[in-house]
Design a protein around this ligand. Sequence first.
Ligand SMILES: NC(=O)c1ccc[n+]([C@@H]2O[C@H](COP(=O)([O-])OP(=O)(O)OC[C@H]3O[C@@H](n4cnc5c(N)ncnc54)[C@H](O)[C@@H]3O)[C@@H](O)[C@H]2O)c1
Length: 526
Amino acid sequence: MTVTEQPAAFRNEPILELRRAPARESLLQALRALDTRLPLAVPVLIGGDRGATEGIDSTDPGAPERLIARAGRAGADDAAAAVEAAVRGAREWASRPAAERAQILRAAADRLRERRLELAALQVRECAKPWGEADGDVCEAVDFLEYYALQAIALERGPELLQAPGERNTMRYVPRGVAAVIAPWNFPLAIPCGMTAAALAAGNAVVLKPAEQSPGSAGALVEALHAAGVPGDALSLVPGYGEAGAALVRDPRVHVIAFTGSAAVGLEIVRAAGETPDGQHHVKRVVAEMGGKNCVIVDSDADLDDAVPEIVRSAFNYAGQKCSAAARVLVHEAAADDLLERLSGAVDVLKVGQAESFATEVPPVIEREAQDRVRRYAEIAERDGTIVGRAEGGPGEGWFCAPTVAADLSPDSAVLWEEVFGPLLAVTRVRDTDEACDIVDSLPFALTGGLFSRSPATVERVAARTPVGNLYVNRGITGAMVARQPFGGNRRSGSGSKAGGPDYLLQFVEPRVVTENTMRQGIPVE
Ligand SMILES: NC(=O)c1ccc[n+]([C@@H]2O[C@H](COP(=O)([O-])OP(=O)(O)OC[C@H]3O[C@@H](n4cnc5c(N)ncnc54)[C@H](O)[C@@H]3O)[C@@H](O)[C@H]2O)c1
């Protein structure tokens, strides 16, 4: 296997079959057991030493009075101490053969497997992830650990170079050093796990700053990695707000920053990391995976029996809080009335409810500010266009938002251009797929996109024109799987290469080439 090939031995972790009653019962049992242990205590963990366990509370978005985790609140001093530990830890961790690091990551995957029910239950409580999504998140975390572990071994071998007579050329990839990992809450286990696993697999030490909304899930991840054998110095946990992340970004001893989150924060990180103060002997590498405004194009020949349920799932599952979620539909004018009628019927009957109920299709959003934001955009949609479908807003308690479809918004409406990150879908009529492609092309984001069409020529044309990182044809636009759909955006949606793909690890190493003259060197004279 060469560096950028897929590891043949890799298989995706199978998801639970939730249609089976025993699978559902085992999850509910895990939830009941978790509830008896709440709130979880999540310490600041620096170089293996437990620090503060107070300062940040994560709560249940569906029942905000319920405390899920109490975490320490790391500030700039903790971030600096964690980087200091990582500088120490990086040397020893990097000196281990890739196979040894890989074995430890795979042991961590085993620990997540053993705790998969409890970890899914934790996401239901901490982030109001519906069961199917929560289970998928745990499986994706396992996949990242297994996939990057296998890739690290291939990476260590390095690529083959052309050899000429009289010289030997070798190329090796060496770890960059200290990686700061800054994660969002919407994949509270999988995303911090993916970035952390990649950095560790490639031989870097990591300081992980999880999202303030989901420290409990991050605590479980770090516990699994430490228990599997990652040394305390090679992995620190600094739960905290943006200030802790910003301190890591500024620290001159950090070599690589792996960030996933909003474009506003990502662009700020890119700017701050670009500073190279005197004494910092390297240029920081930033891997920034950011937001999107994901469009689904529906052509006049599309099969609406397929398109409608897939669009509804893509827009409203997990309340539209996946970075890949559908935010806009660009529909051929000939199919628009039919599509709108059917979308509106489908959205009107969406089941809004608590994440722990298996019947729930749309759970609450993560926090009060998110609810305010979504409601603000829904008001703008009402002002700038027509509301064509809206489900009941859910039970009173919790940060529920009514799933809404709006149509025919004025072209400059903010709803069409800004990331809402909630259950609001905007439909625009277009003359043809070329006009749809023009609209997609005019957006600053380029994360995911979709196309429903029965014409192979249209599929080819749209695929050739679209700038998005992941285009899905005749299917939903969420649910990327490690190794099957390497994932990540272009333009203002992302600056890195794709997570769960063959070249992701390359971002955490630097290449070094040694060229040796192998001609006879003469006899040394004493
Ligand atoms: N492209 C992808 O793969 C992907 C995946 C998931 C989520 N997202 C995006 O993430 C966003 C939702 O997540 P979020 O609300 O947690 O994002 P966010 O940008 O608010 O926060 C992300 C992380 O950055 C930290 N942070 C905040 N300010 C900071 C600063 N000044 N310096 C350093 N760190 C700082 C936060 O504490 C958090 O840990 C959406 O925009 C979504 O599209 C993108």
